[in-house]
Design a binder for this molecule. Structure first.
Ligand code: ARG
Ligand code: GLU
Length: 749
């Protein structure tokens, strides 16, 4: 009995966090517990103001941006607010060296100047339905597989409509919800700050507080004359809508209520300890690979402006999670996540013996053995993804384009894929990446066989370690030394490189010419735009096939992809599926044993609400993070001509004369702020609303120390980072002088 009481207390203790600001809630299912808590924190609206099917509600202004980020509608003519980093590749695509919108910023002075974007779409949730019973019935009683069941329910739902739909599992497949969306395809770029503001502090400041990044961009939704979604056309007009967010410039103070409404991508809050341990190790491995990748790209970006422009997006996306994983591991360590979970699991398992239907329940040991099995495949999978799939660029391109050329793709598509790829491709960088990431994969004993002599010589002269691969030594740069934190200890002792390189485990050395750098980079057609375009023009199918099949880059690519997809991926997913079955049982068990806890499902790319308070944070002894930053802090960080901390002269002038219009408080212009909202990737671009539902900020990041909130939210360490709406308005109004846009907004001063 004592034990039961203890475990219940422990459960409450561990879950206690849920009565703090943890949780990404389904806005259509807000419980009284949530509402009471929100009201406690200051919330002044009703449940129906947040989500309603029959009446207009905030949800109608919340937009899923290109399937990844979030955005919100902020005017009755379809203006869309999201992050600079969410619209980054669109700004990049509209830029050239002569007219560099990334560098100079951009503001359309009228509708004619707004810039179309190929393949960009946004979607808005129309309604949501619980389809758990229907899905389960079909799977269990009719013995159908999950995918077919889901497809058929979706088809039935959207037949004869112009809507799109998805069904997503919740609580690891214990529930299913159907989401019906309206999708818009003509989305134009309207306003973007110069990158020096929108990406100020770039990678050094990414995930870091104090922060001074003006990370916003504005697009607009266009529709046809009937106000309905349509593909891009000159004749399209701005969306007319009543569902847009009203803006407040009244500001906030510490402890004020804030909520984030958006589409968080993925979290794993109910993992067993061994899974968190596995994640920690995998992070260490991926961090090491990415460090090498980034070092190479960084080296070339610093040498050339053209390369800096072409590789900006790729670099930013690799470095983002490289740094996040470091913070995540630090947070796992600081919050004692693994030990706490182990302790909880021991007690849980012990006390289960008392429950009749849980006799001999062995779920934690089963988890242990499955994660043990998964480990090697998980590392090998990361090797493939990090090095082959997204590391060295020619692999993914070769795989894609060769299949399409051999298939029936139209010439125009082939040409556009080819141009897209080569517009941001450098053979020089790719070759270097290949040498440094792929060649070491062939293993110690095989080097001599496979390296061409030149590379072998190079490896002797440079800092090459056969066990560890290319070692850049203490090559100090911005990316290895994060925000003055000590490098996380375990990273120093790097032990995985050789062991988990699959070429090392399954040597493939029968054709040593394949790894010959010359064969791939100088003789192959796949590293040369002209040669590919010529091949696309060649109408002799047999000849084309022969050329492709004899190409060394193609043969190597095919080998690596086939190897991954036949030997690694099926094994990985097989074990992963078994783990998923346990996950489903585990969360059901927790719900059985602790029925009074208010559970929230893991993020899964669907609409969620998190709420909390604007709050300072204490990361270390004697250090306090204030909850707000100002333009003054940006100017303090300014370093002329620096790669990351340079600023446009215009903002320096404005600061000098304090010309902030009506957006300043006490002569200071607010820039960013932090709060205790539980957010994750995908929440970028999410509107941040005050207790009245008015827009006060734009979510774009989290504090480094708290990124483990994806697996273990700790209210002491976790904060999300937002741009203050007053800074965004200042940019539009004062920096760009775009009265045409300001006049569209509904602002409460
Ligand atoms: N860390 C934020 C997010 O996860 C911002 C990323 C912007 N990219 C960058 N490399 N600074 O998306
Ligand atoms: N920057 C992230 C995004 O693109 C949000 C930061 C986070 O992971 O919380 O969604």
């Amino acid at each position: 009995m004592k034990k039961i009481i203890f475990i219940i207390c422990l459960g409450i203790n561990i879950f206690n966090r849920c009565y703090s600001d943890e949780g990404m809630w389904q806005p259509y299912l807000l419980s009284q517990i949530n509402l009471d808590h929100m009201i406690d924190l200051g919330f002044q609206l009703t449940k129906d103001d947040i989500y309603s099917i029959n009446n207009n509600s905030l949800k109608d202004a919340i937009v899923h941006f290109n399937g990844g980020c979030t955005a919100s509608i902020i005017s009755n003519r379809g203006l869309l607010l999201t992050n600079h980093h969410c619209g980054y590749s669109q700004i990049q695509a509209n830029s050239s060296i002569e007219n560099n919108l990334l560098e100079n910023g951009f503001s359309a002075k009228n509708l004619n100047e707004e810039l179309p974007n190929e393949n960009l779409y946004v979607s808005i949730v129309k309604y949501v339905k619980d389809v758990t019973n229907e899905v389960n019935f079909q799977i269990n009683d009719n013995n159908l597989n999950e995918k077919n069941v889901i497809d058929s329910i979706i088809n039935k739902e959207i037949k004869n409509t112009n809507y799109d739909a998805i069904i997503k599992p919740f609580y690891k497949g214990n529930q299913y919800y159907l989401f019906v969306y309206e999708k818009f395809y003509d989305i134009r770029l309207v306003n973007a700050p110069p990158s020096s503001i929108g990406k100020f502090g770039s990678d050094t400041d990414n995930w870091v507080w104090p922060r001074h990044t003006g990370d916003y961009t504005i697009f607009r939704i266009y529709v046809n004359q009937e106000n309905k979604p349509a593909k891009y056309s000159k004749e399209n007009i701005p969306l007319k809508t009543d569902n847009f967010l009203k803006i407040s410039t009244q500001g906030f103070e510490e402890n004020d209520f804030a909520m984030v409404y958006g589409f968080p991508g993925s979290t794993n809050e109910y993992l067993p300890s061994c899974a968190v341990e596995h994640l920690k190790e995998l992070n260490e491995y991926r961090i090491e690979i990415r460090k090498n990748l980034l070092n190479v790209i960084d080296f070339y970006m610093k040498k050339s402006d053209q390369i800096k422009l072409n590789y900006a997006s790729k670099y930013a996306s690799i470095s983002n999670y490289y740094k996040k994983w470091k913070g995540e591991n630090l947070g796992i360590f600081k919050s004692n996540a693994i030990q706490n979970k182990i302790r909880f699991e021991k007690l849980l398992m012990d006390s289960l013996k008392i429950y009749e239907n849980y006799q001999n329940y062995d779920i934690i040991n089963k988890y242990d053995s499955l994660y043990n099995e998964l480990r090697i495949y998980s590392f090998l999978r990361s090797t493939f993804i990090e090095k082959v799939y997204r590391g060295v660029d020619f692999f993914a391109f070769t795989n894609n384009i060769s299949k399409k050329i051999l298939g029936n793709e139209s010439d125009s598509n082939l040409i556009s894929i080819t141009n897209n790829h080569f517009n941001s491709y450098s053979k020089e960088i790719d070759k270097d990446l290949f040498i440094k990431l792929i060649l070491p994969m062939v293993g110690k004993n095989n080097h001599k066989l496979i390296f061409d002599d030149e590379i072998f010589e190079l490896s002797k002269n440079q800092n090459y370690d056969f066990e560890k691969g290319w070692n850049y030594g203490e090559n100090k740069n911005n990316y290895s030394n994060i925000s003055n934190e000590k490098e996380f200890d375990s990273l120093k002792d790097f032990k995985y490189t050789v062991k988990y390189n699959f070429l090392n485990i399954y040597p493939f050395i029968d054709n040593k010419k394949l790894f010959n750098v010359e064969n791939i980079f100088e003789k192959s057609i796949f590293t040369d735009r002209g040669k590919i375009l010529k091949l696309i023009n060649n109408k002799n199918k047999a000849k084309v096939e022969k050329i492709i099949k004899n190409d060394k880059a193609y043969i190597l690519t095919k080998y690596l992809f086939d190897f991954y997809f036949t030997k690694i991926s099926p094994k990985y997913w097989d074990i992963f599926d078994q783990i998923s079955e346990l996950d489903k049982k585990y969360i059901k068990l927790l719900m059985d044993i602790f029925p009074n806890k208010n559970y929230y499902p893991d993020a899964n790319g669907t609409l969620r609400l998190s709420y909390g308070e604007i709050k300072t944070m204490k990361p270390r002894d004697a250090v306090t993070y204030n909850y707000i930053t100002y333009l003054d802090g940006m100017i303090e960080k300014y370093i002329p001509d620096d790669y990351e901390f340079d600023l446009p002269q215009k903002i320096l002038n404005i600061h000098k004369h304090k010309n902030y219009g009506k957006y300043a408080i006490k002569n200071k212009l607010p820039l960013c702020f932090i709060s205790t909202n539980h957010t994750t990737g995908g929440n970028s671009g999410s509107p941040v609303l005050n207790s009245k539902g008015h827009l006060i900020g734009l979510n774009f990041d989290r504090l480094w120390e708290g990124t483990m909130s994806d697996v273990n939210f700790d209210p002491k360490l976790c904060r999300n980072i937002m741009v203050d709406i007053r800074f965004i308005l200042f940019m539009i109004d004062n920096y760009f002088d775009s009265k045409n846009l300001i006049n569209e907004l509904e602002i409460f001063d």
